[in-house]
Design a protein around this ligand. Structure first.
Ligand code: F6P
Length: 323
């Protein structure tokens, strides 16, 4: 029979995302509610290797639901990726009395959790990333806040670009995925959106700008996903080929910060409770996911091998609405 879980470790790993603190709060308070000892591990898996951990109380997670970033700090830890690193992390977790682990992060963080599970730790992953690129889940904590931050930034850029009759070429984060970029483009009414999921020809974009200029358009927003890149090059080409003054902007890390939206806080709270419920029901090695508006869970290995659909209708919608 599996050992009864008394002590649960929790860590945040990979890129920070707004709502991670709300998820941490929910994990800790749900665990305490069921009488469990909760241990916070600092700096992701690095904290397990360096024994940087602390018992967490209700008060340690108070006043954080509204804060961006992660109070546990985060890191991408190369040493943990080696078999020696994983073994050392498992030994340190055992020494700290940890019986099970909740990992807040992305696919890379879940792979780490899976590796640790091989040393007998039940693990649960909670998807947190502004990129929304975790295949098994329709939604990831941090995505809604990042969408709103990026949209707000582009609205502001448009104020300036419309005043000067310019074209602003704006890079939006997302690593190799275009979910953030295409949704922001639709929401901000961008005239063009370039994403890794859809092939494009720069000459078609120049033609669209020239054609719509002839119809009276005076300024343009071109959203470029990070996975496409090249905002300087694209801006220079717009200027050269259309005669419209163009400026590149990279939104960068402002998209990762800020006060989480209501959606991120509520989803994070539900997922945190679900993670603890699963562990205490004896269900191990799962990822908590948001599927068809419900909070459910998948086996980690299965979750890591899934493919995510891309909403091509959104690409079409963006094109139809911006002539
Ligand atoms: O995964 C979140 C993200 O912000 C991506 O959009 C971006 O590609 C990456 O992290 C940047 O990572 P780092 O924090 O290592 O610069």
């Amino acid at each position: 029979m599996a050992k009864e879980i008394q002590t649960i470790g929790v860590l945040t790993s990979g890129g920070d995302a707004p709502g991670m603190n709300a998820a941490l709060r929910a994990v800790v308070r749900a665990g305490l509610h069921y009488g469990k000892k909760m241990i916070g591990i600092y700096n992701g898996y690095k904290g397990l290797l360096e024994k940087d951990m602390k018992e967490l109380t209700y008060r340690d997670v108070s006043g954080i639901i509204n804060r961006g970033g992660t109070v546990l700090k985060t890191a991408r830890c190369k040493e943990f990726l080696t078999s020696e690193g994983i073994q050392k992390a498992a030994e340190n977790a055992k020494e700290a009395g940890i019986d099970a682990l909740v990992v807040l992060g992305g696919d890379g963080s879940f792979r780490g959790a899976l590796a640790l599970s091989q040393y007998g730790f039940p693990v649960i992953g909670i998807p947190c990333t502004i990129d929304n690129d975790i295949s098994c889940s329709d939604y990831t904590i941090g995505y809604d806040t990042a969408l709103n931050t990026a949209c707000d930034a582009i609205d502001k850029i448009r104020d300036s670009c419309s005043s000067h009759d310019r074209c602003s070429v704006v890079e939006v984060m997302g690593r190799n995925a275009g979910y953030l970029a295409i949704n922001v483009a639709v929401a901000a009414g961008a005239e063009v959106c370039l994403i890794p999921e859809k092939k494009f020809d720069l000459s078609d974009i120049m033609d669209k700008i020239k054609e719509t200029t002839a119809k009276g358009k005076t300024h343009f927003i071109v959203v470029v996903a990070e996975g496409v890149g090249g905002v300087d090059f694209i801006a220079k080409n717009v200027e050269k080929q259309t005669g419209i003054e163009a400026r590149p902007s990279t939104l960068g890390y402002i998209q990762r910060g800020g006060c989480p939206t209501v959606k991120d806080r509520v989803v994070a709270s539900k997922m945190g409770l679900k993670a603890i419920d699963l562990l205490l029901e004896g269900v191990a090695n799962r990822v908590v996911v948001y599927k068809d508006t419900k909070i459910v869970d998948f086996d980690i290995t299965e979750a890591l091998s899934m493919k995510k659909d891309f909403d091509n209708n959104l690409v079409e919608l963006a094109e139809i609405l911006t002539y």
